[in-house]
Write a protein of this length. Structure first.
Length: 266
């Protein structure tokens, strides 16, 4: 999903000090162009594999909400090729929740990273594991890194020094690095709250079953349709529906927000 927030929700969730109007006019459209955002085409939404999505949209309209198609960085031609038998199913049978590697996603490796490499100023180093990040006395950033094999064997240890450091290790990976840095006093000015209140950022996963509707054993995706309820008294909501692979694993979510800690074992 690649949705643009409105100004009010952006200020509540991020900061009112950031110029939202500039983001809306310049940066959000640039992201949409770079990731080639598209909504699900009519021919796919009307296919039998997307019956569950149509049922969801019908119910949304019955409840008085405005149905929407979620913009996504997806080449929907790959879903068509799956349905035509040219590709193994991934989008069209729910398996996509385990990952899509058929080339049908405009992910960062074929968009932002590819554009960066094309400038000649960037080199992508794969199979590197950052163990610690540190702030040097001169203000530089130090990444203590292992270059590893496909089997995880350490081939080389590196100490990478840079003027700026951007963390993109996902929520668990980034939190792990920051919590370790705080515990080992590698970054002196980190706040004590690092690692607290870690959670799923408001996401909840629900499984809906009913004898009134048959969504089909094979359900197409990703979660390409939904609706917004921004005026909900409990807080603004966006609800989307997605496919369940068959057989299905149990998907769990929790409202709790644990604290992440680091304990030295040696």
């Amino acid at each position: 999903m690649t949705l643009q927030p409105d100004g009010e929700r952006f200020a509540q969730s991020v900061s009112s000090r950031i110029d939202y109007d500039l983001l809306a006019v310049e940066h959000f459209p640039r992201v949409a162009r770079t990731l080639r955002l598209q909504t699900i085409p009519d021919d796919l939404l009307n296919h039998e594999r997307y019956r569950s999505s149509r049922q969801f949209l019908d119910r949304v309209a019955e409840e008085g909400f405005e149905p929407l198609r979620v913009p996504m960085p997806i080449d929907w031609e790959f879903a068509r090729r799956e349905l035509a038998g040219e590709l193994a199913p991934s989008y069209t049978n729910g398996d996509l929740i385990y990952g899509v590697n058929n080339g049908g996603k405009f992910s960062v490796d074929v968009t932002y990273l590819a554009e960066a490499e094309a400038t000649g100023h960037v080199r992508i180093e794969t199979l590197h594991r950052v163990n610690d990040i540190e702030r040097g006395r001169d203000g530089t950033w130090i990444a203590h890194t292992d270059r590893i094999s496909m089997d995880g064997v350490v081939l080389e240890r590196k100490r990478i020094v840079a003027d700026a450091l951007f963390l993109g290790a996902g929520s668990p990976g980034t939190t792990r690095l920051l919590v370790k840095a705080l515990a080992k006093d590698l970054i002196p000015d980190l706040p004590d709250a690092v690692g607290t209140g870690w959670g799923n950022n408001g996401d909840r996963v629900f499984s809906v079953t009913t004898t009134l509707l048959g969504p089909g054993a094979w359900q197409g995706g990703p979660a390409c349709v939904g609706f917004k309820d921004l005026g909900n008294p409990a807080g603004p909501l966006m609800i989307v529906t997605g496919p369940v692979p068959f057989p299905a694993d149990l998907l769990l979510s929790t409202p709790n927000r644990p604290n992440v800690t680091w304990v030295r074992l040696d």
